[in-house]
Design a protein around this ligand. Structure first.
Ligand SMILES: CC(C)=CCC/C(C)=C/COP(=O)(O)OP(=O)(O)O
Ligand SMILES: C=C(C)CCOP(=O)(O)OP(=O)(O)O
Length: 294
């Protein structure tokens, strides 16, 4: 990875970590709930969604104060989704972010509530942000609810569960991943560009970019579930196979999945050119997402 990108990722990771913990620490809530929320937040993770939101914003603007609440809200929703995804009723996974999953470290009820708390608190954080205009808050909350809710990630998760045992077509698999993973990526790209006052044309091109980037991200996740090193990726390898998940490698073979990912990369980069963002960090992040090893 080039030095500029390494520094960029490190700086933005530090910023989001400070903001995330600040918001959770200021809550006056039962200690067990706070500990459980902080457990999954402090476990780390790559923070790629908030970093993407920052990169999208920086393509068009520079006053950072406006984007922090959306970035925090997005990472909280992503973290809630992982806590719930790992539960016995869903993927029944024991490791996440290099540590025992939330329900293993606490108990199932606490893990469910920590997830619920991260989800709902995220909307409160945006609505309380004094750096945003009322209209911006409504737009961001609407978009976040839409991309994370029944028409977005939650809808994708149920389709993903239904696809266990039932083979799906490439088109159906793309739809599952575009919803389950791609919609939060779409929020990241949209929220950054919207707050950066990008034009309607650019927002449309970025919407296409985000669609392909979401797919790139998920194909690589599927590939790493087969070829990855569990110590590096911080979660169990082979979980998709154990859960009889429909994945790109299962449908296309490993080489086919890599070829498919490369097609998405081309399409994502073309969309970035249309959004006048070919020299932005979004371009470097596209390669980073597609080649990540954890
Ligand atoms: C509403 C809920 C619970 C949504 C979960 C969304 C999601 C992207 C889960 C992880 O996907 P994955 O199972 O493919 O990834 P991993 O390998 O990290 O478990
Ligand atoms: C959508 C998927 C594939 C779930 C894992 O997301 P990440 O790979 O971004 O997980 P963290 O780094 O945040 O733990």
């Amino acid at each position: 990875m080039n030095e500029a990108l390494t520094n960029y990722l490190d700086n933005h990771r530090r910023t989001i970590q400070v903001e995330l913990t600040k918001y959770i620490h200021e809550l006056s809530i039962p200690e067990q709930l706070k500990e459980s929320m902080l457990y999954s937040i402090d476990a780390g993770g790559k923070r790629l969604r908030p970093i993407l939101l920052f990169a999208s914003y920086e393509t068009y603007a520079s006053d950072f104060s406006k984007v922090l609440s959306s970035a925090v809200a997005l990472e909280m929703i992503h973290t809630y989704s992982l806590i719930h995804d790992d539960l016995p009723a869903m993927d029944n996974d024991d490791f996440r972010r290099g540590m025992p999953t939330n329900h293993k470290a606490f108990d199932e009820a606490t893990a469910i509530l920590a997830g619920d708390a991260l989800l709902t608190y995220s909307f409160e954080i945006i609505s309380n942000d004094s750096n945003l205009e009322a209209e911006q808050k409504v737009e961001l909350i609407k978009m976040l609810a839409n991309t994370s809710g029944p028409s977005g990630m939650v809808g994708g998760q149920i389709l993903d569960m239904q696809a266990e045992l039932n083979p799906v077509s490439l088109e159906e698999l793309e739809n599952i991943h575009a919803l389950k993973t791609g919609e939060l990526v779409r929020f990241a790209v949209y929220a950054g560009a919207y707050l950066g006052n990008a034009s309607k044309d650019k927002l449309q091109a970025l919407n296409d970019f985000a669609y392909y980037l979401g797919l790139i991200f998920q194909v690589q996740d599927d590939i790493l579930d087969v070829t990855g090193d569990s110590a590096k990726i911080g979660k169990s390898v082979g979980s998709d196979e154990n859960n009889q998940k429909s994945t790109f490698p299962k449908l296309l073979g490993l080489d086919g999945a890599i070829e498919q990912k490369n097609n998405y990369v081309k399409k994502a980069k073309n969309a970035l050119i249309l959004a006048d963002a070919e020299n932005s960090y979004l371009m470097m992040l596209t390669d980073h997402f597609s080649q990540r090893d954890h």
